[in-house]
Ligand binder design. Structure first.
Ligand code: PMP
Ligand code: GLN
Length: 387
């Protein structure tokens, strides 16, 4: 294994899901729903398979039906217009979109600013692309009525150097559940324009927001030309195994990402691309219902965690809750998560894996709530035994 990758070991999600299976624990670690997405979308995939659509290599940029549906989705929800032929690219999940974007846009030695804690593939992909990661830490704020992790815009500004090439943004943010406000995004946009930076923005949780509004960075003045926006069907439609994602951006940026993508997977998920095209056109009621459903689950698990003694950062978006374990007399999230299955039969993720600054991340632990209510209730009961 080369030096660029050796530091990364096995992804925490694989490690913790294996531990859940081994110990028969409730898996609130890796983020995947325990119920599949809409029946009609599954049927659409079956139809595509049966009708022989997508069973052979689909076109490199993705099937036209899906590229058109992605463009329509961006217009319907955000008023953004993209040309399906030149400004939309289908990828093997958001994961490949992230990898291809970084491989396409970075020169060796370029600095990439990423919000810390960051999704684990960011660090590995920046390294594979020969870039240098420069984290900007989201700070926990427990002073208000509602604890939350916040971006310090001055810190972000101070982090930009002459070697900064791009900002790798993520909102709604995994693992903290923070949704950047319009004001914060406007400041990021202004900074990017002023310092001539590109932005790769991971918006895979765009529809999973609660009492907050998701605004794509690309919708700010001047940002369309310098922003690569990433979406995924895995999150919005609860089909994480299908690995259908997409990129939208200017023709130049999308062509660049496609140059890398063609040599990674070339293409993927043929029949599922047709099904996702249908999913993206589901009526508003679908998008409202998944949000309502997740909101109930969020509050169920957040209540259970609070009762068990954790400090709870109730998320405005995503299906993750970050907690602070210090009120339980614990300080090391890694040790806590390794012991948790034995102690009470629940698996969680130590946020420290998403940090360079280990001291900052150590006491935080993430729980996923995209699970059936009965499962969350049982998890809450088990966690209470910790108190
Ligand atoms: N980005 C973030 C922030 C994520 O949480 C995930 C999924 N866990 C991904 C990207 C990857 O998405 P996909 O499954 O579509 O590759
Ligand atoms: N994105 C999911 C999470 O954060 C996991 C995806 C994966 O296993 N790579 O839990």
């Amino acid at each position: 294994l080369n030096r660029r990758l050796a530091a990364f070991g096995t992804t925490i999600f694989a490690e913790m899901s294996a531990l859940a299976v081994e110990t028969g624990s409730i898996n609130l670690g890796q983020g995947f729903p325990d119920s599949d997405g809409p029946e009609e979308v599954r049927e659409a995939a079956v139809r595509a398979l049966r009708d022989g659509r997508g069973n052979q290599y689909p076109p490199g940029p993705g099937v036209p039906e899906l590229r058109t549906a992605v463009a329509e989705h961006q217009r319907r929800w955000y008023g953004l217009s993209y040309d399906p032929d030149r400004e939309v690219l289908v990828t093997a999940g958001a994961t490949e979109a992230i990898a291809a974007s970084l491989l396409a846009l970075l020169e060796p030695g370029d600095e990439v600013i990423a919000l810390e804690p960051y999704y684990d593939s960011y660090a590995a992909c920046i390294a594979m692309a020969g870039g240098t990661r420069v984290p900007v830490t989201l700070r926990p704020d427990v002073t208000g009525p509602r604890p939350a992790f916040r971006l310090d815009l001055d810190e972000l500004r101070a982090t930009v150097t002459d070697r900064t090439r791009l900002i790798l943004l993520n909102t709604p943010h995994n693992p903290t559940g923070t949704v950047l406000t319009r004001e914060e995004l406007a400041a990021v946009a202004e900074l990017a324009a002023e310092r001539d930076l590109l932005v790769v923005t991971d918006e895979v949780y765009e529809h999973l927001v609660f009492g907050a509004e998701h605004t794509p960075l690309a919708s700010f003045p001047g940002m369309r030309e310098r922003t690569v926006t990433i979406g995924s069907a895995g999150k919005t439609f609860s089909f994480t195994g299908w690995k259908v994602g997409w990129v939208t951006g200017s023709p130049e940026l999308v062509a660049a990402v496609r140059s890398a993508k063609q040599f990674l997977t070339y293409v993927s998920s043929g029949p599922f691309q047709y099904a996702v095209a249908e999913a993206l056109r589901l009526p508003d009621s679908y998008f409202h219902t998944i949000r309502e459903d997740l909101l109930t689950k969020r509050d169920l698990l957040a209540g259970g965690l609070a009762d068990a003694g954790f400090t709870v950062f109730r998320p405005s978006g995503t299906y993750f809750i970050t907690t602070d374990i210090r009120p339980l007399g614990e300080t090391d999230g890694f040790a806590f998560c390794r012991a948790l299955p034995e102690r009470c039969g629940v698996v969680a993720i130590p946020n420290a894996v998403f940090y360079d600054h280990q001291d900052q991340g150590a006491p935080f632990v993430r729980f996923a709530f995209c699970k059936r209510e009965s499962v969350l209730e049982e998890a809450a009961t088990r966690l209470k035994s910790l108190a």
